[in-house]
Design a protein around this ligand. Structure first.
Ligand code: 13P
Length: 287
């Protein structure tokens, strides 16, 4: 059964480790993440972007697929199904479809509007026993070939949003989705520290988990980060393994063209990436 992310993240913050959110894009991806979490006895959060939700034929399809896998693969570790960077409307759809967790990304609204919309969603999530992630300060990333550096959140705004009763808080601290540019200045630990001082026990979320050096990840966890999102690294691992399989000519030999065979190396590569991240985040054995 899917669970809210609240308990796993409260435990992670208290225990000084982080739970990974791994974004899913298809069946192979989902299966690889769930099997790895079970094998390592780690809690896990499956992230679904609005685009990936659409690609997988809608949120209800995703809920059906994940619930089916939990049962058929005998997954007993805590699993949350979480909307990643949701719009207000997307959040409502996922609540309706049976997700156990949502992120409302109101970071592009003026703070008053972010507060008002977050408040409404907090009330609904509390009633349904779901977890809610809010965001303050936008996360940078590549758009049309230009890498935006991302904002650094105002710790006072973080406190204002945390006080609304959200479960976890994503704050921009110089992190970027996708690959980091060569001139990246690194994470602002000063900001993270100030946010943690003001928000206390609130589990903090680090987006853009791909390509952040291990020492920075560990320092972020020591300063209150309890959830780390990873997407691009799984995509790169999947694409690279698939490309190598095709380049080796294996897709043309025997039954190598069978989609189950063609996608198997990518699925294995995702397992390896997820394992590496769970070990780095310290969530192994914490289910
Ligand atoms: P990366 O794509 O950089 O791993 O970031 C993932 C993320 O933060 C999803 O919200």
């Amino acid at each position: 059964m899917l669970v809210s992310a609240k308990e796993m993240l409260t435990k992670a913050k208290a225990g000084h480790y982080a739970v990974g959110q791994f974004n899913i894009n298809n069946l192979e991806w989902t299966k690889s993440i769930l099997l790895t979490a079970q094998e390592l006895n780690s809690p896990v959060i499956l992230g679904v972007s609005e685009g990936a939700g659409k690609y997988m034929a809608g949120y209800k399809t995703v809920v059906g697929m994940v619930n089916g896998m939990l049962e058929e693969l005998n997954i007993t570790v805590p699993v949350a199904l979480h909307l990643d960077h949701g719009s207000y409307e997307g959040c409502l759809k996922c609540i309706e479809a049976g997700f156990s967790s949502i992120m409302f990304d109101g970071s592009h609204y003026p703070i008053e509007e972010n507060v008002a919309k977050t408040k409404e969603l907090v009330a609904i999530c509390n009633e349904k026993g779901m977890s809610l992630e809010a965001e303050v300060g936008s996360i940078g990333g590549e758009e049309d070939g230009v890498v935006g550096m991302g904002e650094v959140a105002d710790p006072k705004e973080c406190k204002a949003i945390a006080d609304l009763g959200v479960t976890m808080l994503a704050a921009g601290i110089g992190n970027i989705h996708g690959k980091y540019p060569a001139n990246w200045k690194g994470l602002s630990f000063e900001t993270l520290d100030a946010i943690q001082q003001l928000t206390g026990d609130m589990p903090l979320v680090l987006h853009g988990g791909t390509g952040i050096p291990a020492d920075m990840i560990k320092k972020a966890i020591s300063l209150g980060v309890a959830k780390i999102n990873v997407n691009t690294e799984c995509q790169l691992a999947f694409a690279d393994a698939t490309r190598k399989y095709i380049e080796a000519g294996k897709d043309l030999e025997g039954k190598g063209f069978d989609p189950r065979k063609l996608l198997a190396p990518g699925a294995e590569a995702i397992k390896a990436t997820v394992k590496e991240k769970m070990e780095l985040f310290g969530s192994v054995g914490k289910a």
